[in-house]
Design a protein around this ligand. Sequence first.
Ligand code: SF4
Length: 502
Amino acid sequence: MLLIHPPVAKPSEPPAGIARLAGALSAHKIPCTLLDANLEGMLHLLRRTMPDEPPDTWTSRAMRNHDRNLAAVGSAATYRSPDRYKRAVIDLNRALEHQSSGIAGIANYQDPALSPLRSSDLLRSAQHPEQNPFYPYFSMRLRALVEKNHPSVVGMSLSYLSQALTAFAMIGFLRNTWPHLKIACGGGLMTSWMRRPGWNAPFSGLIDCCIEGPGEAALLGLAGIHETDKPHAPDYSSLPLYEYLAPGPVLPYSASSGCLWNRCSFCPEHAEDNRYMPIAAARAAEEVKQLVQQHHPLLIHFLDNALSPALMHALIAAPPGAPWYGFVRIGKDLADPDYVRALKTSGCVMLKLGIESGDQGVLDALSKGVDLATASAALRTLKNTGIATYAYLLFGTPVETRKEALKTLSFTEQHAHAITFLNLAIFNMPVGTPDAERYGTGSFYEGDLSLYTDFAHPAGWNRREVRRFLNEEFRRNPAIAAVVKNDPPFFTSNHAPFFCNR
Ligand code: SF4
C-alpha cells in the first residue's frame, strides 16, 4: 500500500494520520510506503528553478535566501530572536507563494478558479492535475514510487481543506496513469463530509473507497484482514523526522478521537455526533514513552481535542521523557498549584485552553462547561508555575452581542499577563446543529461540501461588525496587542512551544 499526506498542511511535524495507519498495517505485516507529499512538495517548489524573474526585491530576497531561511527555522537559536524567526517564516511563505503563482503558502492553498468546498471543482482538479502547482513534483514522485513498489492500494489522507484540491489532483493523476489501482480516501475532512447532511457520494466514479472515521479497519479490510477498532501505535520510522520545519523532531500523538466533553453547541465534533474513543490512559502513556525512546523527539504534540484527566495523571505518574503540549479542558485541577507543578515536572510546556468567552452567560448558553472564576485561577496558577498558555476565544456566536464581547475584552485584558498566546476566531455555524435549524438561512458558504451554513444573528451582531470590533478595539488594546504579537506567523500553536523556554 502507498499512503499519502498531500499538500498543503503546516510542515512542522510528521503526519500522524498515515503513521497511525502504518502502525496497523505493519502489525499485520502488510508492506506499506508512507509519502509525506506535503513536506516534499513544498521543498520541491522552493528549490525549483522558475523561468520568471521575481517581481520585486522582497520576493527576490525570499527566493535567494530560502535555504538559509529553512536552516533558520530548523535552528533553536532562531526562536530566541522572534524578529529573526518572523522574517524567516514570512520570507519562506513569500517564496512558496511566488513559486506556486500565488496559490500555495506554508499553511494555505487558495486557487482563485477552484473551491475545495465544491465537489464539482474537486472533480475538475482531478481531471486536470497538470494545472496544479505541485504537479511537477507529484507526477515525478508518484511515477517513481508506483513503478518501484507496485502498490495495489493507494490511500489518500485528507484532514484539511488546504489539502483537498491537490489531493484530488493527485488522485486524478493516479487514476489516469494506473487505472487498475484501488484508491481509498479518508481522514478528518473526508469524515466530516461524509457525516454532513445531504452527502451524496459525489466521488464514487473517481475514488473506490471513501472512509468515514478511523481508517485502520477499512484499510486492513482492503488487504483481506478483518479487525474492528483495535488501536495500534503509530509507526513514524519511515518518515523524515529531522527534515520538518522545526528546531528538532516533533512527535504527534493522538490518545483519542472525538471529544470527552462533546457538548459545546458551536463545535463540529458535537454537530457530527462523533463518538469519543480513547486509548486506555496507561497504554497511551506507555506508547508515547516507547516512541520517545525510539525517536528522541524535541517535543511531543498531543492531538486530542482534550487530553483526558486519566491520561494527564498517567503522564504525571510516568513522564514520557520529552516536553509535551496539547489541548485540555479547564477544570479545578488546573487551579491547584501541586497538580500543575506535577504537570510541569512531567514535561508539560504549554497547554491550549478553550476559554471562548469572558461572559459566564455566553459560556453556559454554549454548554461550554467552563467556569470563569476557575479559568482565572487556572491561568494564574499556570503562569506562576511556568507553563505557557495558548488561549482560544470565539466571537459572534448567536448568544453573544457587543456587550458580552466587551466582557471578553475586559477578561482578556485582566489576564493578559498570564496568557502567552491568543487565538481569536469568528464563529461559523456548523451544518446539522439545532442552532443551524433555528438561525440558519439555508444558504451555504461557497459550495455543497461546506461544513458551515450562513446564519442570521438574532441580535444583528454579524461577522462584519465582529471583525470590525476585533480589528479596531480588541486587538488595539495595549495589553492584548502585546499577547497577540507573540503568535508565530503561519505555524501558530505548532511553533509556539519553541518560544516558551526563552
Ligand atoms: S471541548 Fe472542544 S472539542 Fe470538545 S465539544 Fe467543546 S469545543 Fe468541541
